[in-house]
Every structure is written in C-alpha cells, then in structure tokens.
Design a binder for this molecule. Sequence first.
Ligand code: GDP
Ligand code: MG
Length: 435
Amino acid sequence: LADKLSAAFKKLKSKGKLNETDIKEAMREVKLALLEADVNYKVVKDFVKNVSERAVGQEVLESLTPAQQVIKIVNEELTALMGGQNARLVFPSKPPCIVLMCGLQGSGKTTHSAKLAKYFKGQGRRPLLVACDVYRPAAIEQLKIVGEKAGATVFEMGQGDPVKIASEGVKYAKDHGHDLVIIDTAGRLHIDEKLMEELKNIEKTVVPNEILLVVDAMTGQDAVNVADTFNKALPITGVILTKLDSDTRGGAAISVLQVTGKPIKFSGIGEKIDDLEPFHPERMASRILGMGDVLTLIEKAQDAVDEKEAAELAKKMKENSFDMNDLLDQLRQIRKMGSLRQIVSMLPGVGNKIDEMNLDDNQFTRIEAMITSMTKAERAKPSIINPSRKRRIAAGSGTEVQDVNRLLKQFEQMKQMMKKLGGGKKGKRRMRLPP
Ligand code: GDP
Ligand code: MG
C-alpha cells in the first residue's frame, strides 16, 4: 500500500498546481490502495468521493506542495472517519464499572482483559478479572497467568455456568472494593448461536457499563462480518483493535467503524502486558496511508512556520542582515515541533535507524543558552565578540569558550550560505542549522 500511495502522490509532485484531473488520477490509486488494505468497498467509495470534492475546490497552501496538500486532505478525512477524538471508557458514578469482553477465539480477549486491568491499575483503579471462558480448563489457567502479570485478582469458579460466574464475580467485586470488573468470555472460531445466547444472557444478568468487542486487525474483510454480527446481538460500546504490531495496514479499523458506528477505544500492539494504547485515529490514518508520520510532520511544520515570519526571514537573507536574534527565533520554531529525535523519527524511511543516530537535544539547548547570554549589541553584530566577551558568554551559559567559538564559526558559515540562497528565487525559504 505504501508503495502504491507513494506512486500516486509522486505523480502529483511533479506538477505545479492541483487540478481536477490530477486529483482524479491520484484518487483512483488511493481507492485501489484502500481496497488492498481490506477496507470495505462502500466505505472506500464514499471516502474517495468526499476527499475529491474537498480537494478540487481547495487552494494549495503556499507552504505545501500540491502533493502534500492532497496528503493533508486524505489524512484529515481518514481521521474524521475513524472517530476524530480518542474515546475512553466511561466509569459510572457508582462503582464498579463492569466491562464485558467479547469476540472470536484468538482475537485477544484474555490477553486484553489483563492489559486493561494493568492499564487501569496504573490509573489507581482496583480491577478484578472474571474467568467466564469455561470450556477449556487451559483458558482459566491462562487468565490466572496474565492476571498475575497485571497484578490483578482473578475470580474463577472452575468450569461452571458462565452466567452465574459473571454475576458472582460482580458480587465479589462489590464485597471486596474492586471498582472495575473485567469479564473474559469464551470465543468460537466462527460465530454461532449458542455463543451469542450465552453472551446475551451474561449481558442481561450483569448489565455491563461497557461491552468491548475485541477484533484482530489482521482479519481484514472478515472483521466486517464479525463486527456486524456481534453488534446486532449485543449493545457494543466500543472496539479494541488488536495485533496492530503486525504488518497489517489496518484497513479493518475503517470497516469496523463504518459498520458498527462504535468507536475504537484501545489498540493492542504486542503480546506483552504493557502493549496497550488508547486508540489514536490520526496515527491510524497515517498508518493506513503507509507514510510513516509524514503527515504529522507536515501539520507541525505548518503550525510552526508562520508565513509572515518566513517572508521577513527571506528578506533578511536577501539583505544579509540575518543575526543571532533570528537564529534564536529559528531554533525556537524548530523546537516547537518536538524534540530532535521526535522530528527525525517522523521522516519516512527513518524507522529503526534512529537508534544509530546521534541526536543530541542538548546541543540545541546549549546554543539557545549561549545566544541568550549575549547582549543585544552582540546578537545584532556577532563580530564584536572579543575574547573577554566570549569568556563572559561561556560563563553565563554554562559552556566553554570553545563552544562559543564553534557557534560563532557555524553562524558565519550559515550566513555565507544564506547569502547565496537569499539571492536566489523569491519565495524560496530553505534554512540550515549548524550541524
Ligand atoms: P482469546 O482467545 O480471544 O482470549 O485470545 P488470546 O488473548 O488468548 O490471544 C490469542 C493469541 O494472540 C495469543 O497468543 C496472544 O499472545 C496473541 N495476541 C493477543 N493480542 C496481541 C497483540 O496485540 N499483538 C500480538 N502480536 N499478539 C497478540
Ligand atoms: Mg481467551
């Protein structure tokens, strides 16, 4: 999918302006790509229509290329489709909060019951896990093992009646001051009536505050049918999308949402007890787009770089009047985008390589400290900084004289480079930071 989309957007990149034909062409490929990611056909059709309509009428922001503009629109629409805001569990004013887990066998119910217990324990709750998968003795054992990892009490009554165990579990929780009850249930390989009846009976008996449908993100199109059936049988309140650590693009997320209309509340991102995250629609959108977090980067860049400031900077570059105050401004703008590591990690293709890079945010901090230790006159005209001034700046910023020397030298090099760039085409705003 990533390749497909990159190809689609590359076609746009070479063109100066976004027009109807460009969008149509790119959207045809986006459509294919989404279908390949296992998004439901009807969902894809609506989506492509929406995005095309929005894109055609829209101006291309000056700070973005036409391709980036389309990426931005596609991303916004995908995010909106997946629920915009992050959803959370709703805790009742009168405890306990009862959570019923349901889903097919192997989707991750037992694992995620324990993950949720650990997650909410970390938020000061006292969770109780209830073992209602009574068909295999191993299932109870499994819940005990993961429950222990979560540091949560497990309530079990062996292979008895699941409905009774659920209600006894809730009673136990009330008697023992547990404010969160998570009921793990049995799944089948396929949906069957008996299983649905059992879940309905548990639901009627304990009246859960939340019914979470656990869906394996790797199941693709099947997820639509599963979600539809469970949603029709039970008043689902949300979805947990598991196995997002796999290389699935997660098209299931879009389909499940569209079919059930229920929010995805959590994502499972691994087999370990801590591998649980609140669901982030905007991250999921980028993932489905398959472009790393490049979208986030575009948005952050847009926030950080004010058009007017940029124009002013271009003017200064042209007049060669760029000084230390401007450098400080630039530095602060870049830092607004996040830590150096965060910024670099969002670039496509960086991935694991980031661990090999030497990304030292302290370097930024030191430069900022040195500049703020300079007087107004020194910042405007660094050439007046003589050895005694250097010593003062170093002392004031907690650095060494050689650090000040290095900064001054880098600044001089930057100025030279800007002189060249600034003399070039109007509107070109490229900046370099000291290495
Ligand atoms: P259940 O039958 O619905 O209770 O599913 P389980 O909780 O027993 O999980 C089935 C398998 O999927 C187990 O081997 C889990 O370790 C694995 N699993 C569950 N969630 C995740 C996840 O988020 N990522 C990965 N990689 N594996 C998972
Ligand atoms: Mg299980």
